[in-house]
Design a protein around this ligand. Structure first.
Ligand code: URA
Length: 431
């Protein structure tokens, strides 16, 4: 086999065999297929697509390109979740404790934020001492003993994906649905998931801006999961406006803690209960969604979900005093409440712009190597559909730098749109 023939075959819109895909991916990882051929391969896929079978073969080849985690000796069924990312998405911080409190052990490897989209590891690191670098042995031990783990990637999972993603980033080949689907699914499969709950975001602050694209991506990932022998459920959820009220690392941890105490913003609480219900069904702890939801609600009401968060923080070396008393989190130097300059109904809060404003403040990173400021961020006080009177608080900026505050304030203002007529709230889920 020759890599060039495989590229030509895809250029001519023919379907590739499993052997051809494996040959290409193995060669790419061992260096015998150079970057320029892998770039041409990615572009041919972007332009001509792949069938679900080809995409599954690509997923399995990338999942097998490095180390894999086998969790069968520590859990009966390994349920993982994945969010396609967005603004204010602190779901894992609340959902993992909820489902773990219901008797479903969950171990998850999360990532960092990049661009306007936040990352779970950055949020967790606002808790002093919290370790996100557990070894595989530590991961498995904690999962077995405590039933909850939330850390970074320890193994060299799916190195083919890391290498290919870096090329896609600089060759205009990121927005290919088969490439995105295989990239997400190969990491979940390599991380040992038996069942996967996918939270595919759609809207102004999501990878997939349109519902049609999000649906195609979600369906493809479900198909890949089925063909790979995994159980997969995909939810299509809204990311037109930020999820919940808080955007920024420690502000989001505080919101997750409030939610685990039964408070928190209504949209975020509802989102978490729905995701938890699906995970409990996938993990065979609940017979249906109604039972899963009521189990999660009970775990919040009786304090066991919050207790699981404490267990997690303590197990990973974090100072639990911060989640016990969230006023301990360092407050940014400048806290500026911005009021509405007019009355009306909120018709849009552009999620991507709010995310970009939080990056300006220092809550996120423009480049992978940038440091984040855990204290800064934005609290949204009104959501789409809410009525607001002139002079009422609209959002609060937490900043450590006056110039950045001014810039983020202006951006967040331009992210808000008003209507003189009533506006319906946005749905949380589309399907
Ligand atoms: N997330 C991934 O892991 N890979 C992609 O290609 C896009 C989003």
């Amino acid at each position: 086999m020759r890599a060039v023939d495989i590229i030509i075959k895809k250029r001519e819109k023919e379907a590739l065999s499993r052997e051809e895909i494996e040959f290409f991916i193995q060669g790419f990882v061992d260096g015998s297929v150079p970057d320029y051929q892998a770039s041409a391969f990615a572009m041919a896929i972007l332009l001509n697509g792949m069938t679900p079978h080809e995409t599954t073969d690509l997923t399995i080849a990338m999942a097998g390109s490095g180390q894999t985690l086998d969790l069968r000796d520590v859990v009966d069924i390994a349920v993982d979740k994945h969010s396609s990312g967005g603004v204010g998405d602190k779901t894992s911080l609340a959902v993992l404790p909820m489902v773990a409190a219901c008797g479903l052990p969950v171990g998850k490897m999360s990532g960092r934020g990049l661009g306007f989209s936040g990352g779970t590891l950055d949020k967790l690191e606002s808790i002093p001492g919290y370790r996100v670098d557990l070894s595989t042995a530590e991961f498995k031990k904690q999962l077995k003993e405590k039933g909850i783990v939330l850390t970074g990637q320890s193994l060299d999972l799916a190195p083919a994906d890391g290498k290919l993603y870096a090329l896609r980033d600089v060759t205009g080949t990121v927005p290919s649905i088969p490439l995105i689907a295989s990239s997400i699914m190969c990491k979940k499969i390599a991380a040992g998931a038996h069942a996967i709950l996918l939270d595919v975001k759609t809207g102004l602050g999501a990878f997939m801006e349109t519902l049609e694209d999000a649906r195609v991506l979600a369906n493809l990932m479900v198909d890949i999961g089925k063909l790979a022998g995994r159980e997969v459920v995909a939810l299509l959820s809204d990311m037109n406006q930020p999820l919940g009220n808080a955007v920024g690392n420690s502000l989001e941890v505080i919101e997750a803690v409030e939610t685990l105490h039964g408070g928190g913003p209504q949209d975020f609480r509802e989102h978490c209960l729905h995701v938890s219900a699906h995970m409990l069904v996938l993990g065979k702890r609940a017979k249906d969604l109604a039972e899963g939801r009521s189990m999660a609600e009970k775990a919040v009401a009786d304090g066991s979900a919050f207790e699981k968060l404490r267990v997690l923080v303590q197990a990973q070396g974090g100072d639990v005093a911060y989640v016990d008393d969230v006023s301990k989190f360092p407050r940014a130097k400048f806290v500026d409440v911005v009021t509405a300059h007019r009355s009306g109904s909120i018709s849009q809060i552009h999620a991507r712009t709010v995310g970009e404003a939080s990056v300006i403040l220092g809550a996120g990173r423009a480049k992978k190597s940038d440091a984040v400021d855990h204290a800064v961020g934005i609290l949204i006080h009104k959501k789409v559909g809410d009525k607001v009177a002139s002079g009422e608080p609209l959002f609060t900026i937490h900043a450590n730098d006056k110039a950045k505050l001014a810039e983020a304030r202006q951006m967040t203002l331009t992210a808000h749109f008003f209507s003189d007529t009533d506006v319906s709230p946005l749905p949380l889920f589309y399907d």
